[in-house]
Design a protein around this ligand. Structure first.
Ligand code: GAR
Length: 202
């Protein structure tokens, strides 16, 4: 079956520029998978608008509505199963998933993180905070990492990394934008394709 594609769900929480990069890469960089579903844990995420504009089905699942982390993950698992999802891409998804969840999708969850892991990663390092920490430390090179997700926050096997130079006068916002443009939006679609290709061989 030459044209079989892996069913992808993208999990988001915010602006969704990484989701946009994935949408834009469909059919070009991403040939072996198709985004079937976008799930947000924030009903106000602009990422949901991006999905709707691209005619991709959306679901909102929040811990607040479900009542606990356990129920939240149960609901996520049900939605993923109902939609026959084979690969989960975390693209700015600001919630840590438990081992109970990650073990059910072993090597089938990937995440983009805005630093060169193992620097500036793990619990508490997300979004702009990562760039604030890199600037405060004074590193001269940062970047982005795409990795498999396991029970250790940002601790799974690395799939791809790309370095980005820090420039004089950088603010966290300026650095965040450079890391997104020059690293995240490139390696997230490439990694997604790579993982889909390998899953098709299983
Ligand atoms: C991105 O920089 C992503 O790498 C980061 O949040 C931003 C989301 O932006 N994710 C993390 O920090 C996860 N630990 P987006 O919603 O525009 O894609």
């Amino acid at each position: 079956m030459l044209d079989r594609k892996i069913n992808i769900a993208v999990l988001v929480s915010g602006g969704g520029t990484n989701l946009q990069a994935l949408i834009d890469a469909q059919g070009s960089v991403i040939k072996s998978g198709e985004i079937k579903l976008v799930i947000s844990n924030n009903e106000n995420a602009y990422a949901l608008e991006r999905a709707k504009k691209a005619n991709i089905k959306t679901e909102v699942v929040t811990r607040k509505i479900e009542g606990s982390q356990e129920k939240f993950e149960e609901k996520l698992l049900k939605v993923l199963k109902d939609n026959n999802i084979e690969l989960i891409v975390l693209a700015g998804f600001m919630s840590i998933l438990s081992e109970n969840f990650t073990s059910k999708y072993n090597k089938r969850i990937i995440n983009v993180h805005p630093s060169l892991i193992p620097s500036f990663c793990g619990k508490g390092f997300y979004g702009l905070k990562v760039h604030e920490a890199a600037l405060a430390y004074g590193v001269k090179v940062t970047g982005a990492t795409v990795h498999f997700v396991n029970e250790i926050p940002d601790g799974g096997e690395i799939i791809m990394q790309k370095a980005v130079y820090i420039e004089e006068g950088d603010t966290p916002e300026v650095l965040q934008k450079r890391v997104m443009e020059n690293a995240e939006w490139i390696i997230l679609p490439q990694s997604t394709q790579k993982v889909c290709e390998n899953l098709l061989k299983e």
